[in-house]
Design a binder for this molecule. Structure first.
Ligand SMILES: Nc1nc2c(c(=O)[nH]1)N[C@H]1C(S)=C(S)[C@@H](COP(=O)(O)O)O[C@H]1N2
Ligand SMILES: [Mo]
Length: 362
């Protein structure tokens, strides 16, 4: 199993993304034919039939350093296998549904977007996210029901996997059992805008509760109903698990640990706030606990819950005393599962362990 390849690719992608941010790669993308329909579409995100309620006031507005409830599209993490963004023109783009089905089908963008559209709040995460890492984001997605599309296609007996494909060479497979009403969708929109090119324009798969590498195909153009024992998604032969439910994780956003961030904002003795986010697969975050040094665990205040499958912000006051302190967080889900302290690496199915930061208080 080649574990490093994924990591290397991510590094590469990170560099590519950074280059984009500085404008280096942007010209190339903008010059491609795909750029034209993007502009046209930006004013024409199909309207949802079913809107979610307006989001609550974001606690991040009053807690400096806390991750926003919704991740702005421009700040959303980005993970690609490094083959670039397929050159897609909306007029010719099609989504094909096939494989082990009675009624294979093919849809144009117009056909897909004239189906009932709804909104979904979901946090997506990368299996490569280290404990305390930033490879997770929360968005209000706009799209159509994947459950319905596949039901209409009529999976044949024995089929157990939904495989999606894109022209960059990526593919991802997840259990057909996840089409259980949790809201799996073909998404066209993200946080009120047409999907950004980087995040899968014109359409991507979103399945709440599953890591991106098994589900969240961007620039999707084909979905096959298959079997796990016959077909594998891109990352599976490269050392990653065939099944990838998101693990229970929590992260401290503020203060910043002095180890990771040499330039971390200094912590001044006295009243401070410790804050961050916590998320799980399909269960609500019921409690978040924080421990300073070897003191007792304290329960943090939880932010609003958008859905069981979105992250939850948390925060707690901290009266910091001069010297070095270590701060640890752990989450407890609605079934009572306590995030484990056992340290597990990202390979093969996601990191485990508590996020601890060390801060110097002066
Ligand atoms: N076509 C395509 N889709 C993809 C990928 C990819 O490399 N190519 N990466 C996947 C992985 S590993 C993750 S974690 C998510 C990340 O989605 P984002 O880049 O929108 O954050 O996209 C998934 N979909
Ligand atoms: Mo990922």
């Amino acid at each position: 199993m080649i574990h490093m390849s994924r990591r290397d690719i991510f590094k590469f992608t990170g560099i590519a993304a950074a280059a984009t941010a500085t404008g280096f790669a942007v010209n190339k993308i903008m010059a491609s034919p795909a750029a034209a329909p993007i502009k046209k579409l930006n004013s024409a995100l199909p309207k949802a039939l079913k809107f979610l309620p307006a989001p609550p006031i974001d606690p991040a507005l009053t807690t400096p350093g806390l991750t926003p409830l919704f991740t702005p599209n421009k700040d959303f993490f980005r993970i690609d296998i490094g083959n670039g963004i397929p050159n897609i023109t909306l007029d010719t783009w099609k989504l094909k549904i096939g494989g082990l089905v009675d009624h294979p089908a093919e849809f144009s963008y117009r056909e897909l977007t004239s189906r009932p559209i709804y909104e979904l709040d979901a946090t997506i995460a990368c299996v490569s996210n280290e404990v305390g890492g930033k490879l997770a984001g929360n968005a209000r997605w706009t799209g159509i029901s994947l459950d319905d599309l596949i039901r209409e296609a009529g999976p044949t007996k024995g089929a157990d996997q939904i495989m999606s494909f894109s022209d960059d060479g990526f593919s991802a497979g997840f259990p057909i059992a996840a089409l259980d009403g949790r809201g799996a969708m073909i998404a066209f929109g993200m946080n009120g805008d047409v999907l950004p090119l980087e995040n899968g324009y014109p359409a991507r798969v979103i399945v709440p509760g599953l890591y991106g590498y098994v589900s969240a195909t961007k620039w999707v153009n084909r979905i096959d109903v298959t079997r796990f024992d016959q077909q594998q998604g891109f990352w599976i032969p490269r050392g990653w698990s065939a099944k990838g439910p998101i693990k229970l994780q929590s992260r401290i956003d503020t203060p910043q640990g002095s180890g990771f961030f040499p330039s971390a904002k200094p912590v001044v003795a006295g009243k401070n706030v410790i804050a961050g986010v916590a998320w799980s697969s399909l269960k609500s975050i019921a409690r978040v606990e924080v421990r300073v040094n070897n003191d007792a665990w304290m329960s943090a205040t939880l932010g609003p819950e958008l859905a069981a499958t979105t992250w939850r912000q948390w925060w707690i006051d901290w009266n910091a005393t001069k010297g070095k302190s270590s701060i640890t967080v752990r989450a407890i889900d609605s079934s009572g599962e306590v995030q484990t302290s056992n340290i597990v690496g990202t390979v093969p199915n996601g990191a485990e362990g508590w996020h601890t930061i060390n801060v110097k208080v002066s």
